[in-house]
Design a protein around this ligand. Sequence first.
Ligand SMILES: [Zn+2]
Ligand SMILES: [Zn+2]
Length: 256
Amino acid sequence: MELIDSHAHLDAGQFTSDLPQVLERARQKGVRYIVTVGTDLISSIRAIEIANRYPFVYTSIGIHPHDADKAGEADLKKLKDLARQPKVVAIGETGLDYYRDYSPRPEQQQLFRDLIHMAKEVSLPLIIHQRHAQDELTAIMDEEGGWTAGGVMHCFSGSEEHARRCLEKGFYLSFAGNITFPKATLLRRIIRETPMERILIETDSPYLAPLPHRGRRNEPSYVEMVAEKIAELKGLSVEQCGKMVTANLQRVFKLG
Ligand SMILES: [Zn+2]
Ligand SMILES: [Zn+2]
């Protein structure tokens, strides 16, 4: 069995006491790649350190839209230097979050534009976070030519139309444990309509645990439940599904 976790936050405080055991459980389940995702400069530096310690962990560096108001020019400059580190495979997370609105929207937009430029300059794909902002996000991607960087819409939660748009533009859709929740009928419909060659799976650990762990700490080994749900929706075995998403991850992040 071969699995991936395209999006986890291994630098989160929830993992400080037992990260080696968490990663060992993931290995036992067959997880071949984990991409640990930075959410600000410090978190990105920690993510690179973790990736450097574990051969099957890669990293994406960026600044989350939640933290847009705390990021300055100096952070961007340092991130750009770090982007050349060998285990860095993407820029993100970045994007827009108008659901929580933790940072003012104009600052989220500017930072998103800056990180799109960075991804293009360093020739890395983007890992994009989007909540309740899909039209504006699409407009910025169009204006900045962000689609040409390639990349992933992580924890996809948009409309069917938005999914189609992202797929047309060559992006991958990454699905998380929330596809197992009873109310996620729209997401399950989108998965049925998305070509298997464009699907990735993730945990977004330590957040967003799938059933039956909902509400508790999530970890990369639980990605198996996401794979099971996708396999069921696509009429595949979990093994086939795992193989395909692994190939997709290698393609989008130019690994292997
Ligand atoms: Zn996110
Ligand atoms: Zn995340």
